[in-house]
Ligand binder design. Structure first.
Ligand code: GTQ
Length: 345
């Protein structure tokens, strides 16, 4: 591992001549872009406790009406990437969105893929591609690339959800844009009803659905029931985890980000291997600790944290008599497409 030449080693008139011709010498920057063995990661392990975020989000509700916000969101930004860049990780954007009773977030579609994880409140819904999806705590609702979506609220308490978008990677590739529209007509047929039970899917006797995203709402009640059944069936299973998939293809539910629900058994400690993707952990129920590098976060319900790639993460259920349930988002599908996915154990 020898030292490479620095920019300062070159005569100023030579450097100026390069600059004038839009040329750059590689060797002073070679180790920066190709570090040895482990990538340089700007992503810091960051914890956003809901208890500190919530009052500021409610304040946004008083300060900024929907007409001035369109989407009333506080972005969970990683200081390692620069707060203004609105990234939790290289490919993940996180936002906490507030909708007050009677409010409506107008219809649009955009090129980034989004999901919502419902955090609190009753009575809100997201209409996606004409499908009216009720929002209940822990539900996962997809708004994939190009599908119209709008949020409404018929309840009487604030509703909050966590948005997870692949916006940073879509923005980076200069493919990010949105199109505004008018209120959608709700159509009959809901994916969460068509795919209400695992292992059976609707039979195309007369016509096959051509929907790229046949299931848009994944009710928490079903995901939780699957985890509890899996845990009791397989006492030997270390990681009680399910993946949110497209029920027709059984591939990841969306193109770039992966979504999972994980149950920690009472008192369980689980070491997740060091894999290349960054991860986001959001606690749905219980109390859990997340340990990564030199940081330890105690997650209360509705807390969110992120961890950099290439590091193992140790999860601990802080309760000895109750399971804990986590929602996880990561960049695995993107890494697999790019051919850079790694599990280093
Ligand atoms: O709800 O459509 O957090 O378009 C960022 C961009 C939410 C949304 C965000 C969006 C939305």
């Amino acid at each position: 591992m020898h030292e490479l030449g620095r920019l300062e080693d070159l005569p100023q008139d030579y450097r100026d001549a390069l600059t004038r011709k839009n040329l750059v010498p590689l060797w002073p920057s070679l180790r920066a872009v190709l570090p040895h063995n482990v990538p340089t990661r700007a992503t810091q392990a960051i914890h956003w406790p809901y208890a500190t975020l919530r009052p500021l989000l409610m304040q946004a509700g008083e300060l900024t009406p929907m007409e001035k916000a369109e989407r009333r969101v506080l972005v969970l930004a990683n200081p390692g990437h620069g707060l203004e860049n609105m990234k939790a990780s290289p490919a993940m954007y996180l936002g906490m969105q507030l909708l007050l009773p009677g409010e409506w977030a107008p219809s649009h579609y955009h090129s980034p893929n989004a999901v919502r994880m419902v955090v609190e409140g009753e009575g809100a819904y997201t209409t996606v591609d004409g499908e009216k999806c009720p929002m209940q705590r822990g539900d996962l609702i997809l708004t994939p690339t190009g599908l119209w979506h709008e949020h409404g609220h018929d309840g009487d308490q604030p509703v909050v959800w966590l948005d997870v978008l692949d916006l940073p990677i879509i923005y980076y590739t200069e493919t990010s844009y949105a199109v505004e529209g008018v209120r959608q007509q709700v159509k009959p047929g809901r994916g969460d009803q068509a795919y209400a039970s695992g292992g059976v899917v609707p039979s195309p006797v007369f016509e096959r659905s051509d929907k790229a995203y046949p299931m848009l709402r994944y009710p928490w009640a079903q995901a939780k029931a699957s985890l509890l059944a899996l845990a009791s069936d397989r006492a030997d299973l270390q990681a009680v985890q399910v993946t949110y998939v497209n029920p027709e293809t059984v591939k990841d539910a969306q193109n770039n980000l992966g979504f999972y629900a994980l149950m920690l058994r009472p008192g369980q400690t689980l070491r997740l291997p060091a894999r290349s993707p960054s991860q986001v952990f959001h606690l749905i129920e219980g109390a859990a600790e997340v340990q990564v590098v030199s940081k330890t976060f105690a997650l209360a319900e509705a807390d969110t944290c992120c961890t950099p790639g290439y590091e193992s993460v140790t999860l601990k259920n802080l309760q000895a008599d109750q399971p804990a349930f986590l929602f996880i988002a990561d960049e695995s599908p993107l890494h697999r497409k790019l051919g850079v996915y790694e599990n280093r154990g």
